[in-house]
Ligand binder design. Sequence first.
Ligand code: Y12
Ligand code: CO
Length: 171
Amino acid sequence: MTLTIITYPDKQLKNISKEVTAFDNTLHRFLDDMYDTMITCNGIGLAAIQVANPIRALLLCIPDEEGNQHRDNLLEIINPVIVNTDGSVLYQEGCLSVPGFYEDVERYETLTLRYQNRYGERCTLEAKELLSIAIQHEIDHLEGKLFIEKLSYSRRKKFEKEYKKALKEKK
Ligand code: Y12
Ligand code: CO
């Protein structure tokens, strides 16, 4: 089942998501629905708050060299904590909750992540390249932050103008 993605400026996107404590069938069904939603909308990452559920869960499915997403590469990340970071990198980011807008954002180049999987098992992951960037983007969602908040004052102003215009044209 696909869920509805909420988009900026919906205030729910500012909510700080809560720890997951029950690793039960309800969570599993919700993660499956998040996956259907992410793939249907051509996303590579999705946080639970983007479908209006403020829990600390996110999905990532990084495409292979041919641009194909395989369910085998799906990461279901629950209660994530970044424990180590190194370097910095600039990458053009996009977000399903900010459709049609892409901007360069600075992130850590590599990181170590501790998290739980859908069964509550504790896992550790070393991430680099797009995976590292996407993890940071999605964890920001759990803290109620969007990538547009990392833009300079002038780029943010440009974004607000363009986005408002696009919203008006859609009506
Ligand atoms: C850099 C950092 C973080 C990520 C992961 C999260 N972002 C996405 O998965 C965004 C996907 C996206 C897909 C869209 O749909 C199509 O392209 C068909 C899209 O659509 C429009 O803007 C109209 C926007 C975002 C990725 C990279
Ligand atoms: Co996003």
